[in-house]
Design a protein around this ligand. Structure first.
Ligand SMILES: NC(=O)c1ccc[n+]([C@@H]2O[C@H](COP(=O)([O-])OP(=O)(O)OC[C@H]3O[C@@H](n4cnc5c(N)ncnc54)[C@H](OP(=O)(O)O)[C@@H]3O)[C@@H](O)[C@H]2O)c1
Length: 361
């Protein structure tokens, strides 16, 4: 443990996910903490755990909805009123929102998201950076995303907010280069937190490739402490996304991301029912035919028995053939419907068709 005494780190979004993991690392290193989020009960429990397990001793909880007007100013005022000097600022709090911008998503949620992801982060940075520059020391970590550098259909506003965070942070790096204040952008790929559930994107294909928030926080924390301009956690695979983002045309990137943001295909319940029914009927036919042949076979002479053996074989073959035709037909129908559905969704035409119908009505 690398114990720091007398320094304070303020973490927004400390109640869950990446923010909570970063707060834990700061606590382990002995930072005093100011933890900010709306779930103050979670923050209180976290505070007890940190104090019980790590070197951190002073933990201040600030319950705040950072999507409200001037929320950052209020947090800053509370910190100043308590006489706390913030040496490390982690702007982690952020949310996403899933859906087609033109027709699906709710403006009030989008407005709150822009407020939280952009305005609160900018105002927090402005207020605490000024004090850091007066002291000529301090470190800031801003939560950007790999979506900061790629378009992201179906999460368009979120990706826009993260592009802002990244660009804003990179500009400040240049402004701060002759000072002892550093600012770092953390660009995680999709990470296994509550983020996708809250955004309404829990069933999207991208959730099949989530990375560990502990790893993301560790990489972010190390880059913050080293004063690096940016960090992309997750090794070569995620770094290659960065290279791709710089060389591939925006349209191709948008298509790639659109595909990852699509809902995972769900098994068609109706078709599944039909397949089960087909198997049931086939099995029933096989049993009834088998019993009938068995009774006749028992009562027959040798020649008839030979005939029955032959008929039983052909009947079995016919039933099996018929059954496979039914199953093939069912599978074909399922595949066709699935392909058509995927095609429509991928083109975003399902909504367009609905809308046209509505306009025409
Ligand atoms: N998970 C990913 O795939 C991913 C990828 C790239 C970047 N990121 C970014 O990483 C950051 C953390 O996200 P996460 O994945 O750790 O998600 P998370 O587990 O949902 O955590 C989000 C945190 O933000 C806080 N928060 C949300 N709305 C708030 C509000 N109005 N006021 C104050 N605090 C608020 C939440 O606390 P309360 O609900 O208690 O307020 C929570 O502590 C976000 O900026 C996100 O954009 C995430």
């Amino acid at each position: 443990m690398n114990t720091v005494t007398g320094k304070t780190a303020l973490v927004t979004g400390a109640s869950s996910g990446i923010g909570q993991e970063i707060a834990k690392l700061l606590a382990k290193d002995g930072y005093n903490l100011v933890l900010v989020a709306r779930s103050d009960d979670t923050l209180e429990r976290l505070s007890e755990v940190f104090k019980g397990n790590y070197d951190t001793q002073q933990i201040t909880i600030i319950k705040k909805d950072l999507s409200e007007e001037d929320a950052a100013q209020d947090v800053y005022n509370q910190v100043k009123a308590k006489g706390i000097t913030v040496n490390v600022l982690v702007n982690d709090a952020g949310v996403g929102l899933y859906g087609l911008f033109g027709t699906d998503t709710d403006w009030e949620r989008e407005k709150a998201m822009i407020h939280l992801n952009v305005l609160a982060l900018t105002q927090m940075t402005k207020l605490f950076l000024y004090d850091m520059l007066i002291r000529n020391e301090g470190k800031i970590l801003n939560l950007a995303s790999l979506l900061s550098i790629t378009p992201s259909p179906l999460m368009a506003v979120y990706a826009g907010t993260k592009a802002y965070v990244y660009n804003f942070t990179q500009s400040l790096i240049n402004e701060l280069k002759d000072t002892n204040v550093t600012i770092t952008a953390l660009l995680p790929n999709a990470t296994d937190t509550d983020f996708f559930n809250k955004a309404g994107a829990q069933n999207t294909k991208i959730t099949d490739e989530l990375q560990d928030p502990v790893m993301v926080a560790k990489d972010g924390y190390e880059a913050l402490m080293a004063g690096k301009p940016k960090v992309i956690p997750g090794g070569l695979k995620n770094k290659s996304y960065e290279v791709l983002a710089y060389v591939a045309p925006q349209e191709a990137l948008a298509s790639l991301m659109h595909d990852k943001m699509l809902q995972k295909p769900e098994p068609d319940a109706e078709q599944e029912k039909k397949t089960t029914l087909a198997w049931g009927i086939g099995f029933g036919l096989a049993v009834v035919t088998g019993i009938a042949i068995g009774i006749a076979y028992k009562n027959a002479n040798a020649l008839d028995r030979a005939r029955y053996r032959y008929k039983a074989k052909s009947a079995g073959n016919s039933i099996s053939d018929a059954l496979s035709s039914v199953v093939d037909a069912v599978v074909d129908a399922y595949q066709n419907t699935k392909t058509k559905a995927e095609h429509l969704v991928s083109k975003g035409e399902d909504k367009a068709v609905d809308l046209e119908a509505e306009v025409a009505a």
